[in-house]
Design a protein around this ligand. Structure first.
Ligand SMILES: *Cc1c(COP(=O)(O)O)cnc(C)c1O
Length: 356
């Protein structure tokens, strides 16, 4: 039976990414050697790194003055690297979920943290609005897409201080005005690649302003000056990431991708609203187009397991909600085809008529 992969991360990747990567495991770029066994300094791999950085810049229209890095350690290492490199006295953070909370915890190790607003009072079911960003902060940090709670900041905001965004789970799902950000980062395992690589888009001129000594590997300058090849980069994950970027370019880039993503999300949210068994968990205007969270309507909670079993039987994989929200979560990342959303919607309808 066909499986429909709604996992939140690691998650679905384009078929072509899997095919090309599988091929390269046996014979990388016609070298007769495995991608896993070739020097990262070989001209074949250097070409992969160069093309991946260039395509990332092209797809997101990244202006001059920014570097693109591919680093190990996941998005979670960035939670510490950001304040290590950029926090002198005070940083401002917006708390919109579990990942923001973790980023805040790390920043507090390096200086004062001003949490300008938080949606924790309503279990992170909305994006705070109407707060002001302190002008004396070294930077302002946001999480654009809250993978666990299913809310998303879908616009590029103005900030009086350097704006930093964790885009782990919505990178390349929509066009972004990179010039509004000083730094954008994320783990690649949600929308781009297998686990093992984090991407960092950084405006070079924000560095060099803190007094503390920074360990070599945790210093952005190290990686910028060596083109992300200071030490052995995550070769395998970067190769797979390049295949996904090529796929995205062939498909028409982020504008085309965004239109498809909006259609997929609308199809599922419409069904959640129509169906007499389910309800969404996030404010309509703040709903994520990547991670769709929903629960049983009140009074129907006892049917939760029945729906999960029913959906599993029909080939739906990974739709169990995170324990902090409960219910269900369907992740509709770039590589998830419309057909899978249609299958889930059909499943919800069948469940409704079977249980009337
Ligand atoms: C998954 C995720 C992370 C953590 O990424 P790791 O690469 O596992 O460290 C951080 N932020 C967001 C928004 C995420 O979705």
């Amino acid at each position: 039976m066909k499986k429909h992969n709604f996992y939140a991360g690691p998650s679905i990747l384009p078929e072509i990414t899997l095919e090309k990567t599988a091929e390269a495991i046996h014979d990388f770029a016609g070298t007769g050697i495995s991608l896993m066994s070739i020097s990262h300094r070989s001209k074949e791999f250097v070409a992969v790194m160069d093309e991946a950085q260039q395509l990332f810049k092209d797809l997101l229209n990244i202006p001059e003055g920014y570097s693109v890095l591919f680093l190990g350690g996941g998005a979670s290492t960035q939670f510490a690297m950001i304040p290590y490199n950029l926090l002198s006295t005070k940083a401002a953070y917006l708390n919109t979920g579990a990942w923001s909370t973790k980023a805040i915890k790390e920043a507090k190790l390096f200086g004062k943290v001003d949490v300008v607003a938080s949606s924790e009072d309503k279990n992170f079911s909305y994006i705070p609005k109407g707060y002001s960003i302190p002008e004396d902060a070294d930077y302002f940090h946001i999480t654009t897409n809250n993978t666990i709670y299913g809310s998303e900041i879908k616009y590029d905001m103005d900030s009086p201080v350097p704006l930093i965004a964790d885009m782990s789970s919505d990178i390349l799902s929509r066009p972004v005005d990179v010039s509004k950000y000083a730094l954008i980062y994320g783990g690649a395992q949600k929308n781009l690649a297998p686990a093992g690589v984090a991407f960092v888009i950084i405006r070079d001129d924000i560095l060099g302003k803190v007094d503390r000594a920074i360990p070599t590997m945790l210093n952005y300058q190290t990686h910028i000056s060596k083109g992300s090849m200071f030490n052995t980069p995550p070769v395998f994950a970067v190769f797979a990431l390049l295949q996904t970027l090529r796929w995205l370019k062939d498909l028409g880039g982020v504008d085309a991708m965004h239109r498809i993503n909006e259609k997929k999300a609308a199809l599922l949210y419409d069904e959640i609203e129509r169906n007499s068994f389910f309800k969404g968990t996030v404010n309509a205007e703040d709903r994520s187009i990547m991670n769709v969270c929903f629960v049983m309507k009140s009074g129907m909670e006892a049917k939760e397991k029945a729906f999960l079993d029913f959906a599993t039987e029909k080939g739906m994989v990974g739709i169990k909600g995170h324990r902090s929200v409960g219910g269900f979560r369907a992740s509709l990342y770039n590589a998830l085809p419309m057909e899978s959303v249609e299958a889930l919607v059909a499943c919800m309808r069948q469940f409704e008529s079977a249980n009337k």
